[in-house]
Ligand binder design. Structure first.
Ligand SMILES: [Zn+2]
Length: 133
């Protein structure tokens, strides 16, 4: 599959700080946006630290701190509408279901990140917010 079309997205306020929202309807299976950044070894990433480290596998991590990486605004959800998938040369966020224009785009950050960075403070994703009320 070729990624030719630029999907329109917009960063704005969400329940968990800034989030990334669809600015057009996105069909299931669409490659939405690439998680861009410098590829580091996991050791380099650990030494560097930061909020936007995306572990690709047991050896490599993307440092998504760069402003060019709009995908860094995507928040975690326990019931997400998108998922990260490696595609050829990069990590892409792909639609798991049809997403309406105006809907927030989310993916699951994974168990390790969740337990270390989200669970201690309470998850603020829409799915968990509904459960609490
Ligand atoms: Zn949650």
């Amino acid at each position: 599959m070729n990624i030719t079309k630029q999907i329109k997205v917009v960063a704005k306020r969400s329940s968990a700080g800034l989030g990334l929202f669809a600015a057009e309807a996105i069909k299931k299976e669409t490659w939405i946006i690439e998680y861009r950044g410098e590829i580091l070894t996991n050791a380099e990433a650990e030494a560097k630290g930061g909020k936007y480290l995306f572990e690709i596998n047991s050896r490599k991590t993307i440092d998504g701190t760069t402003r060019a990486n709009t995908a860094r605004y995507i928040n975690h959800s326990c019931l997400p509408n998108a998922e990260p998938v490696w595609h050829k040369t990069g990590m892409w966020i792909k639609a798991k279901k049809n997403i309406s224009s105006g809907e927030e785009i989310t993916y699951n950050y994974g168990k390790e990140y969740f337990n270390a960075m989200i669970k201690p403070y309470g998850c603020r994703c829409a799915h968990c917010a509904v459960k609490k009320n």
